[in-house]
Design a protein. Sequence first.
Length: 411
Amino acid sequence: MIKPQTLKGFRDFLPQNVIKRQFIIDKIKKVFELYGFDPLETPALEYAETLLGKYGNEADKLLYLFKDRGGRNVGMRYDQTVPLARVIAQYKNEISFPFKRYQIQPVWRAENPQRGRFREFMQCDIDTVGIGGIRADTEIIACVIASIKKLGFKRAKMIVNDRTVFVHLQPKYVAAIDKLKKIGKEGVIAELISKGYDKNDAGKLINSFDAKKPTPHIISLFQLLREYGLEENKDYLFDPTLARGLDYYTSTIFELVADDYSSGSLGGGGRYDKLIGKFIGEDIPAVGFSFGFDRLLEAMDQLQLLPQLKSLTKVLVSVFSPEFLNISLKTVSLLRDAGINTEIVFDTNIKLDKQLKYADKKGIPYAAIIGPDEAKENTVTLKNLKTKEQNTMSIQNVIAILSLSKEKQSL
C-alpha cells in the first residue's frame, strides 16, 4: 500500500485554507487592476541559462535544476522577476511601454524547510517596465500600501532605502548586512568576518549606518509619496541598513512590514534597471514589488483579518423524501440562477436531520427545507444553522436574504 504523504517543503491546501488564500488574492488583484496593472502568466519551467547568474551565488544554490526528457538543462521558476525580464526581451516588439503587469503564481526554491519557509510558495508581484526615475517607484509603493489597507491592516509601512549606498561593498557583504534585523549587530559582524571582511573594520562598518541620512534620490521619492497622500513614519520609513539580498537591484529598494506582526517582512522589491539588459544587450528600467504570500496569510490569520469560512456554499437544499426531489431540484436551479452557491443531497434515503448535520459540519450556513406544507404553499423554510432560527417564506425572499448575506461576506 502506498503511504499518502507530500514531499518535504510542499503542501496541500484543503478547501477552508484555499478560501482564505483566494480571499487575499481577490482583494490584491482588485487593487492591482485599480492602479492599471494587467495580468501575466509564465511557465513553471525556464531554460537553466535564463535563471542562472541573475540572483547571486547564494540564491543560485536554491534553484531546482534538472535535465528534461529532451536532454535540455531547465529550472523551475525561482521568482517572477527574471521570467518577466525574459518576457520583455522575447516580446519587446509586441508589448506597449510602460509595461505594467501583475503576476500571481507559485515559485520553487530548494530551501531547508522550516517554520514559514517552504519549497513551493505563492508570490504576488507588480512591476512597471520602461520608466526610469522615481515616479514609477512611487506608484508601486502607493499601490502596495493601498493593497495592505484593503486587506485590513491598520499599522503597516514600507521601509525604504537606496541600494547605491552599498556600491562600494561586495555582494557577499551586502547579503550579510541585509540580515541585521534577523541576527543583530554581533551576528552580522561575525558573518562579515567569516566572509573575509577585516575584523577591525566590521564593527565600524555596521555602526556607520546609524549616522547615514537619506540620499537625494530618497528625499525626492518621499516628496512624491506625500503627493499620494501618504505619511512618513506612518506609511513609509527610511532605513539605511535595508539591503535586499538579490544582486539585481540598482537603486530604490523597499520592504513591507506590519507593526503587529514580528515574524519578518510581508514582501519586498525595488528598482532593477540592469536585469533586462542581460537578455537583450540594452538596459530597460524596471521596478517591482512581491508580496510574501505565506507571511501575509499568517499575519492576517493572527490579526483575525480573514473570513472564517469552511465552505463557499451558501445553502443546502434538503430533500424531504423521494417524492419531493423534483421540487427541491427546481429550488436549486432558482437559487443558482440568482447567483447563490447551492448544494443538494442526492441520496433521498438520508433523513432530514442527517442532511442538516452534514451541512453544519461542512460549514454551510443555511438550509432550505421543502416538506409537505412548504410544497403545498409554494414556500421554503430557511434555517440558519448557526443560530437555529428558521422562517417560512417565498423563494424570492430566500434569494433576497441569501444575496444580502453574500454581499456582507465579500466586504
